[in-house]
Design a protein around this ligand. Structure first.
Ligand SMILES: *[C@@H]1O[C@H](CO)[C@@H](O)[C@H](O)[C@H]1NC(C)=O
Length: 272
């Protein structure tokens, strides 16, 4: 898709045309993604409906979208590495290119069998991140597929799991806080070894006798953002998000005063 820097209306037009192609291809993951790396560890199966990424002691693997996106609601069903996944990280994110890139991140940090995965989220604007929020999940994400969504509009970014919003990053550009709004992003996913830090802060190492570690993806769907749609959360959705944040949030950079002794970043207070 054409980059959207110069002409927004042309960009939206191209997006809408691309959309009809995407609708026609719903369910066929092979038409939207390329396996990007991993020397055969990434696979497209079941007639193009299923994608799997694997990690072993030699390498991980990754895929990327053929298209770039400029706003929209992006859904993917993911089934995470079952059993002992400690030390592994499965990353699933939108990103633009370059040193001032924007990024909207999910990372799934594995754990010992029966111990909870950590859902890690972050938002980068113009090359700067440090906006981590982490959650446990209210279900076992390795037992079945669950839908992980990114809603990205000019006003807000919403992370949701099975339709329940877990995090919202609102545009606070009027307070001088940059928001991803000018750079198109591609969708990426990868699985890799991060046992220096991922599980219990690096205490638990990857058990290579359990390799390969495999995550699965299916039912990718994109709904383009339509100009004029505010996409702010309604009060029922806000209520659900509060429930998740109260019961399942395990880290919030906005309350990490030790890490930010000079004060937490400005968007934390602007949002309050
Ligand atoms: C792994 O399980 C432990 C113990 O329940 C938990 O504290 C931790 O948040 C879990 N996740 C990771 C990635 O360490």
């Amino acid at each position: 898709m054409a980059p959207c820097f110069s002409s927004m209306s042309l960009c939206m037009l191209v997006f809408l045309q691309v959309r009809s192609l995407m609708m026609a291809s719903a369910g066929r993951i092979d038409q939207d993604f390329d396996i990007a790396w991993g020397d055969g560890r990434g696979k497209i199966l079941n007639n193009g409906e299923l994608l799997t990424l694997s990690l072993d002691s030699t390498s991980g693997s990754g895929f990327q979208s053929k298209n770039e996106y400029m706003f929209g609601k992006i859904d993917m069903q993911i089934k995470l590495v079952p059993g002992n996944s400690a030390g592994t990280v499965t990353a699933y994110y939108l990103s633009s290119q370059g040193s001032t890139h924007d990024e909207i991140d999910y990372e799934f940090l594995g754990n010992l069998t029966g111990e909870p995965y950590t859902l890690h989220t972050n938002v980068y604007t113009q090359g700067k991140g440090e906006r981590e929020q982490q959650f446990h999940l209210w279900f076992d994400p390795t037992a079945d597929f669950h839908t992980y969504s990114i809603l990205w509009s000019p006003q807000t970014i919403v992370f949701s799991v099975d339709g329940t919003p877990v995090r919202e990053f609102k545009s606070m550009e009027s307070n001088g806080i940059p928001f991803p709004r000018k750079q198109a992003m591609r969708l990426y996913s990868s699985i890799w070894n991060a046992d220096q830090w991922a599980t219990r802060g690096g205490l638990i190492k990857t058990d290579w006798t359990e390799a390969p570690f495999t995550a699965s993806y299916r039912n990718f769907k994109v709904d383009p953002w339509q100009s004029g749609h505010g996409a702010l959360l309604d009060s029922a959705s806000q209520g659900k998000m509060k429930w998740v944040q109260k019961n399942y949030m395990i880290y919030n950079y906005c309350t990490d005063n030790k890490r930010f002794p000079q004060g937490v970043p400005p968007e934390c207070s602007a949002a309050a």
